[in-house]
Design a protein around this ligand. Structure first.
Ligand SMILES: [Zn+2]
Ligand SMILES: [Zn+2]
Length: 559
């Protein structure tokens, strides 16, 4: 063990002690020992043990730990403190701009335990509400984390959408007059993308030759029908080669799940011959067109054969923004700015659902401010008609499953979105108790982000989604498909059961600023994978239908 390794151990120990808020005198002495060791002209392992304690900057306790490291290769104190620190907290030490003291606040006060959650909190403007975290720190943290994630392999669909487009046109320039198409999980509109895949009508040697001249791309691996490159933008690029005649077969087989492909080839293998387009392929097979985003479950094949698939929801079918925040809680824009922007996008209504009072970290609304906000919304509605702003709240589901206000206050909203934001670490039994109680509350119109998951950074709390859907069906509660690209919660794989039970889905952007409204698109893309139609989705109701829906529900619930 050399001095650098020893110094690193001391430095990590000091940082972790600070993160835990432990004795700062001790942590300082370990930090200075680390500094002293790095500067030392001689290797500690070559010194007599007695000599170490006398070195400048190294006290008795540090000297003892150095001996332990040299003799055993381990440091028990360090191992113990690592063991009681969540891995995500240790990972935060890689984020420049936030030292141990700030990480302590992030962990203990904000209750954030992973880098992904931290990024999400920054984007929700939540960091700057804490002492020592200004707007500038928040932006720095966002930039560093973005960079950090870029280098970590997996990406959210939204993070690579632009890169996919650019790479496709770049490849088109590199292989002029050849057929090129994006394929794989991106073509399938998956929520997480591990590599961007393309099919090109060319040969392996032509790819190798062309790519070797491109700066920023380095070879990762060569397989039987594809070559994978590291790209300069953090995501791997996989290129399949094929003949012109085999293009459609390669494209379809790389944009289908294995089980779907097996079932398709079993029956329709011959259809691949001479199929010039994907449409032509399915036409030759004699079944309705199945887009790549639906090539997952083989049972779709028989559906497509017997009468075809329903017309799935399109981004243009969205008529209003449900679930948005303004600067009354943790949003960046005023309600008026949000409304004007929604109107400019051609939408008919906006549901303002700021955080409720228990969400103190998000500047949640106490009762008096709700009253004020409602007066303000009434005024705006006069000004903006026929566009309409609906009065809502994203009510925290409290620890006992209750909503955040008394019934008379809840009655003043047009609709209520109920979501869990606190005590997310809970067993299924507890989660189910809270959610079911909230669903049974007559004031709950929509169940917000059902599991609280943040893709690539935080698994949701465990739930029995079928029981929740059953309860929503019984209580006329709509289930949100939170369209934020980090959430996409409810998972699209669970939506078919909701549709079976006639439960409405609501694709909601959870917008914290004007740009956030555009996230709706990501919700639509995954909803398409679940065969959601515009009739199944509350946010594609037009203003009149939406108003009728919430009024009828109030009558039904006698609220
Ligand atoms: Zn929320
Ligand atoms: Zn929200």
């Amino acid at each position: 063990m050399d001095n650098y390794q020893i110094a690193d151990s001391f430095s990590l120990l000091a940082k972790l002690m600070d993160i835990h808020g432990e004795n700062s005198f001790k942590s300082k002495s370990y930090a200075s020992a680390a500094f002293a060791i790095e500067k030392l002209g001689v290797q500690l392992k070559d010194l007599e043990p007695e000599k170490i304690a006398g070195l400048k900057g190294i006290g008795a306790s540090s000297a003892q730990k150095i001996s332990e490291l040299l003799q055993t290769g381990h440091l028990k104190t360090l191992e113990e403190i690592i063991f009681k620190t969540p891995p995500g907290i240790i990972e935060m030490l890689n984020i420049k701009g936030i030292g141990p003291k700030k990480i302590n606040t992030i962990w203990k006060e904000m209750e954030i335990e992973t880098v992904g959650e931290l990024l999400y909190a920054c984007k929700e403007n939540r960091l700057k509400l804490f002492k020592g975290f200004g707007e500038k720190t928040q932006q720095n943290v966002i930039d560093t984390i973005d960079f950090y994630f870029k280098n970590k392999g997996s990406h959210l669909y939204a993070q690579v959408a632009l890169i996919a487009d650019q790479t496709e046109s770049f490849l088109a320039r590199l292989f002029p007059k050849k057929k090129i198409a994006v394929t794989g999980s991106f073509k399938q509109q998956s929520e997480i993308i591990n590599e961007l895949e393309f099919v090109i009508e060319t040969t392996d040697t032509a790819i190798e030759e062309a790519m070797s001249a491109v700066e920023g791309f380095t070879l990762k691996e060569k397989n039987t029908d594809n070559i994978v490159y590291h790209s300069g933008v953090g995501i791997s690029i996989k290129i399949f080669w094929t003949t012109a005649a085999g293009f459609i077969e390669k494209l379809v087989s790389t944009s289908s799940s294995q089980s779907f492909l097996d079932e398709f080839t079993k029956t329709y293998k011959n259809a691949f011959e001479n199929a010039a387009t994907e449409d032509a392929l399915f036409e030759k097979a004699g079944i309705g067109f199945i887009p790549a985003f639906l090539r997952e479950d083989p049972s779709l094949l028989s559906k497509a054969k017997n009468g075809g698939l329903p017309q799935v929801l399109q981004p243009g079918d969205i008529r209003g923004i449900i679930h948005s925040h303004s600067n009354w809680s943790d949003g960046s824009n005023t309600i008026e700015e949000m409304a004007m922007a929604a109107r400019e996008k051609g939408l008919e209504y906006l549901v303002i659902s700021d955080h409720s009072k228990s969400a103190f970290y998000a500047n949640g609304l106490v009762e008096d401010r709700i009253k004020e906000q409602h007066i303000y919304i009434d005024e705006l509605n006069k000004k903006l008609a026929p566009f309409k702003i609906f009065k809502s709240i994203e009510s925290d589901i409290l620890n006992d499953g209750g909503l955040d206000y008394s019934d008379p206050v809840l009655a003043t909203f047009d609709l209520v979105i109920a979501s869990v934001h606190s005590n997310l670490k809970m067993p299924e039994e507890k989660a189910m108790m809270r959610l079911l109680k909230a669903i049974e509350n007559p004031y709950t119109t929509i169940l917000g982000h059902m599991t609280g998951r943040l893709l690539l950074s935080r698994p949701g709390y465990p739930v029995d989604h079928k029981k929740i859907i059953d309860a929503c069906a019984a209580n006329q509660v709509v289930i949100e498909l939170n369209a934020h690209p980090s959430r996409l919660d409810i998972d699209w794989r669970q939506i078919n059961y909701a549709l079976e039970k006639n439960v409405l889905i609501s694709i909601d952007p959870d917008a914290h600023q004007i740009e956030g409204m555009d996230d709706t698109r990501y919700g639509v893309l995954v909803a398409q994978k679940a065969l959601v139609t515009k009739e199944n989705n509350l946010s594609s109701f037009n203003l009149k239908q939406f108003e009728t829906y919430i009024n009828n529900r109030k009558k039904l619930k006698k609220i």
